[in-house]
Design a protein around this ligand. Structure first.
Ligand SMILES: [Zn+2]
Length: 144
């Protein structure tokens, strides 16, 4: 193979490697419907009832809260029912994971762009894209 041929083959291999990594990264992404922004906090509370055991020790709990910032100086806290805790933890984790994945994919795309390996045709990037319908050529009928 010529030097040029080797260089082209190497570039193709690099591109394939990066595109493969990008595809594998995206494949691990949680569903976009299963996300929740916020921080989970556990707290113990004292109910204030006379003679309640919570007056000693940690208090009632742990009670799980979701704390979410809604703007400058604005935040909301929601108490999470015990039966929703597993799902809430999962959604909060997914939210962070999706940001990590976006960052990873963006880094790969930056590398592809910098090395001028970024695929330009949509077909190369969207493997799950709808296959193009083949157009059938109308059959010519012989003139009468
Ligand atoms: Zn109590």
């Amino acid at each position: 193979m010529t030097d040029l041929g080797v260089a082209v083959a190497e570039r193709r291999a690099q591109a394939r490697k990066l595109l493969g990594r990008r595809q594998r990264t995206v494949a691990t992404a949680p569903r976009l419907t299963e996300v929740l922004r916020g921080t989970l906090l556990e707290r113990y509370v004292r109910c204030g009832k006379a003679g309640c055991h919570c007056q000693e020790g940690l208090g009632h709990g742990p009670i799980l809260y979701l704390s979410v910032t809604l703007g400058v100086g604005r935040s909301q806290q929601i108490t999470i029912a015990p039966e929703d805790q597993t799902m809430a933890r999962r959604l909060v984790h997914n939210y962070k994971r999706i940001w990590e994945i976006l960052e990873e994919v963006s880094t790969i795309n930056r590398e592809l762009l910098q090395r001028r390996l970024l695929p330009r045709a949509e077909a190369e990037t969207a493997s799950h894209a709808r296959p193009r319908q083949r157009r059938r050529r109308p059959r010519r009928t012989p003139d009468p």
